[in-house]
Design a protein around this ligand. Structure first.
Ligand code: UD1
Length: 369
């Protein structure tokens, strides 16, 4: 049985790595990797593959950037012939990026079963492109694997048949646990950036890339002003996503970040990012995955969004939803520094074995079909 596994953007790579490994361990199953090329910069792409030990993709569709319609359409056009040529028993997609939906749609229309890993997450905010990708991908999927129990309830409400849904835990946390011993300490990252000792007394990490935060000049300015205030108390390391760097430059906001206690970094490799989060006093982010990774690491997380599709990180983990209001962010930050942040516990099945569960269920399902 051949399974075509699709990755496109940075957050897909660390989810797919353990799934490919678990499939490879099963005789009679052959995983083939397709990279759509949605992310293509060395820093967004190659250094991830290397760090995670993923084999080079069998196929690279090299779609690159574009509007959502262009990007989605390009992936679909280029994925269809690859699908026909490889004739897999199923297509396996992860997460919620444009490549996820595009390939799921092509497969479904070709009558090829779709497997969705990280199904059922819902922010209930259709202004997020990922929310649209999630809802539609789940509607197209034959087998849906959830990371937390909220996913099952969301899927049932949308009419997904119960027998298609399997709660298996979080494959991204499989990757985190496997690689934690190799995480790069923050001291080395600062030294490599020419600022040895920058984070010696503790540090905060910032990541920002969501359109709602970075595409609006007023919102972005307020966020960066808040970060400047935070840096008066704890030095801030800020790996800058290409989209965010472009926005900061376009809006002329770079001077706000020109401070001794703010260190701008290029997008980091997986092991660097892991070390940065592990060693941090607090992480401020609008990412989805980082909310989960900080919960798994026990590092306090302040989420710079109005909502989360990952409620377990708030209910059980270390996550606090703060939005983009400076007063709310600073209050959450104060509370973490005062030691009143959330201790959190590790959610059920975030145990490093999610991909193994997935592989066994997929195999049994293929055999029964
Ligand atoms: C995508 C995902 C988002 C995910 C994020 C992680 C969608 C809808 N969004 O957002 O869910 O959290 O990846 O990074 O799929 N760019 C580069 N080099 C690259 C890739 C992108 O410079 O290798 C720049 C381009 O200017 C591009 C912009 O970043 O236009 C946005 O890239 P895109 O892939 O469209 O979305 P992301 O914002 O990265």
């Amino acid at each position: 049985h051949r399974i075509l596994c699709v990755v496109g953007a940075r957050p897909n790579f660390m989810k797919m790595a353990p799934v490919m490994a678990a499939l490879a361990a099963l005789p009679g199953i052959e995983g083939k990797l397709v990279h759509t090329g949605q992310h293509y910069d060395v820093t967004m792409n190659h250094q991830y593959f290397q760090a995670l030990g993923i084999a080079a993709p069998d196929i690279n569709l090299e779609v690159g950037s574009g509007s959502h319609a262009q990007q989605t359409a390009q992936v679909m056009r280029r994925f269809e012939p690859a699908l026909d040529e490889l004739a897999p028993a199923a297509v396996l997609v992860v997460g919620d990026v444009n490549s996820t939906l595009a390939c799921a749609l092509v497969a479904a229309k070709r009558g090829v079963p779709v497997i969705h890993v990280e199904a059922g997450l819902r922010s209930f905010d259709r202004a997020m492109p990922e929310e649209i990708n999630r809802v539609l991908t789940d509607q197209l999927s034959d087998l849906l694997f959830t990371t937390e129990e909220s996913g099952r309830a969301n899927l049932l409400k949308e009419g997904i048949a119960e027998e298609r849904i399997h709660f298996v835990g979080n494959v991204m946390i499989d990757t985190l646990r496997l690689n934690l011993p190799r995480a790069v300490p923050v001291g080395r990252i600062a030294a490599d950036a020419g600022r040895p000792g920058f984070a010696a007394g503790g540090h905060a990490v910032l990541t920002l890339h969501r359109p709602a935060n970075v595409d609006d000049a007023q919102v972005l300015r307020r966020l960066l002003e808040t970060v400047a205030q935070i840096s008066d108390r704890v030095p801030v390391l800020f790996p800058v996503h290409p989209r965010t760097r472009a926005a900061i430059e376009r809006f002329g906001l770079m001077p706000l970040l020109d401070r001794p206690a703010i260190l701008l970094l290029p997008p980091l490799g997986y092991l660097e990012m892991l070390g940065l989060m592990r060693d941090a006093r607090v992480v401020l982010t609008d990412s989805g995955g980082i909310q989960e990774e900080t919960t798994a690491l026990g590092t306090p997380c302040i989420t710079l969004r109005q909502n989360t599709e990952r409620p377990i990180t708030v209910d059980e983990g270390t996550n606090t939803i703060a939005g983009s209001d400076p007063a709310v962010i600073l209050a959450a930050f104060d509370s973490v520094l005062a030691g009143a942040g959330k201790a959190g516990r590790i959610p059920h099945f975030w145990d490093g074995r999610a991909a193994e569960r997935i592989a066994f269920i997929v195999r049994d399902w293929l055999v029964q079909r």
